[in-house]
Design a binder for this molecule. Structure first.
Ligand SMILES: C[C@H](NC(=O)[C@@H](N)CCCCN)C(=O)O
Length: 458
């Protein structure tokens, strides 16, 4: 090994930050596609006659394969076994393929009039595309998190993960804020914002291939040319080891509950703005798009704060408390001015920064690096089950069953008028449960000494 190779590339600040920027960009593209359908809900109802339950069904499809076929857990294990290069590229390809299928489903007329098990064939095919995409983006998320844990071990890991998640949220923000205007620009075309997603994902794939060159170089400089060492190799018994850690269960359940109050909310928020706060349909996404925008700098800030001062478990409890307060405000019927919606959304941005910026960098504090892919895979699996499948579907079903209060007539056509009180009450209860698990995690950290309240070393 030459002198140059004996020094790990990790120790080069430029290399660390460039690798972070590249994988974060791939995530940003994926996050755009993950949420681009939410501002399109009224158009899907008006032009393609989707019901809210069908929209919820489609939205929940994101998690079908991840949960039912355990793709996330398999993906996490593959990551630990095959490494970040192959796993990441395969995941990026799945994202492009899935998004292309979704685009085709909402733009073709071949599927018109078809029904399958009481749901439009078009909804099934769009959902299938979204399900394939969901496998890709989730595995990219797990891969990127492990990649960053490796590059930044002993450095500013929480700041780096905050930057990664914050940058990815730019994609959410672009989707929610620009999805409607892009559709409008192309004569209310539902396909246009999704096609933009296909193009973005292709750039994301190219970016990840470029990252792979850096990852290979990192392996070389760490003497890992022949793959992971015996000691680093993943064993199936590792899953049992991870599941034996009570703190792991607390953080996993907290994650599922907290994100159940955020991700499904984003899917329905543009519609909520129209139905409760009287926002015009073409501007429906403008207030919700502030949520990820507010979260971006705050996630960076709280990541930096966690590195410097610690208090990770406390940050998670505070974020969950804020989630409860915000959803409670959204649930109160007479608080229906757009100013209330704006202020509550900004506070939700604080919550959406506090919990992720502390949660993701906390995992390497009690799980060894060789098991990280599996651990993140297990956490994401549970989160997918509740936050990205059950709750979005439940909210759509509740809306159709209990919340229709009339008919809305707009330029683009008619659609049901909804009272969002009950869905917002459900989100509030999920937040309360998240607080409980945050407190349990804090107590467990104190008892077991995971170090969640301590600053990062290095
Ligand atoms: C890093 C973390 N990612 C996730 O929670 C993913 N399972 C879900 C991605 C959904 C994108 N709208 C996060 O975003 O905080």
């Amino acid at each position: 090994m030459t002198e140059a190779l004996s020094k790990s590339l990790r120790h080069s600040a430029a290399a660390r930050w460039i690798s972070l920027a590249i994988v974060s960009f791939s995530m940003l593209c994926g996050y755009y596609v993950a949420d681009v359908a939410s501002p399109l809900k009224p158009l899907l109802e008006q032009q393609l006659k989707w019901t809210s339950a069908e929209y919820g069904f489609f939205t929940g499809a994101y998690a079908w394969f991840n949960v039912a076929m355990f793709m996330l857990i398999i993906g996490g294990i593959l990551l630990d076994k095959l490494g970040a290069r192959l796993t990441g590229i395969l995941a990026c390809i799945l994202m492009v393929a899935g998004c292309t299928l979704k685009w085709w489903a909402v733009t073709t007329h071949v599927l018109d009039g078809g029904m399958f098990f009481g749901t439009k064939t078009q909804v099934w095919v769009a959902a299938l595309g979204y399900a394939v995409f969901g496998v890709g983006i989730e595995i990219v998320g797990v891969t990127a998190t492990k990649v960053i844990a490796r590059w930044f071990k002993g450095y500013e890991i929480a700041l780096a993960m905050g930057l990664q998640v914050g940058t990815a949220r730019i994609g959410t923000s672009l989707a929610v804020g620009l999805g409607g205007p892009i559709a409008e620009k192309f004569h209310q075309s539902i396909g246009a914002p999704i096609l933009v997603g296909v193009v973005l994902l292709s750039f994301g794939l190219v970016a990840y291939i470029i990252y792979c060159a850096m990852d290979r170089r990192l392996d070389e400089t760490e003497g890992l040319m022949e793959g992971p060492s015996e000691e680093d190799a993943f064993r199936l018994s590792d899953i049992a080891d991870i599941l034996r850690i009570r703190g792991f269960w607390y953080v996993t359940i907290l994650c599922a509950l907290f994100y159940s109050g955020v991700f499904p909310f984003i899917k329905y928020a543009p519609d909520l703005m129209v139905q409760k706060f009287g926002v015009r349909e073409n501007l429906a996404g403008s207030i919700p798009s502030i949520l990820p925008i507010a979260a971006i700098p705050l996630t960076w800030f709280f990541g930096w704060y966690y590195d410097k001062k610690g208090k990770g478990a406390t940050l998670m409890v505070l974020g969950s408390l804020l989630l409860v307060a915000v959803h409670f405000v959204f649930a109160v019927p007479f608080l229906n001015s757009w100013v209330v919606a704006l202020v509550a959304t900004i506070f939700l941005g604080f919550a959406f920064a506090l919990v992720p910026s502390a949660m993701w960098p906390s995992i390497p504090r009690f799980i060894p690096h060789r098991q990280l892919g599996t651990a993140y895979g297990l956490i994401f699996w549970t989160q997918n089950l509740l936050a990205l499948w059950v709750v979005p579907y439940l909210i759509g079903w509740v809306l159709d069953k209990y919340c229709i209060v009339g008919t809305r007539v707009s330029q683009a056509g008619t659609s049901p008028a909804y009272n969002y009180g009950l869905p917002m009450a459900i989100f509030t209860v999920l937040g309360v449960l998240a607080v409980v698990f945050g407190l349990l995690l804090k107590a467990e950290d104190k008892a077991k000494g995971f170090g969640l309240e301590l600053p990062s070393r290095g």
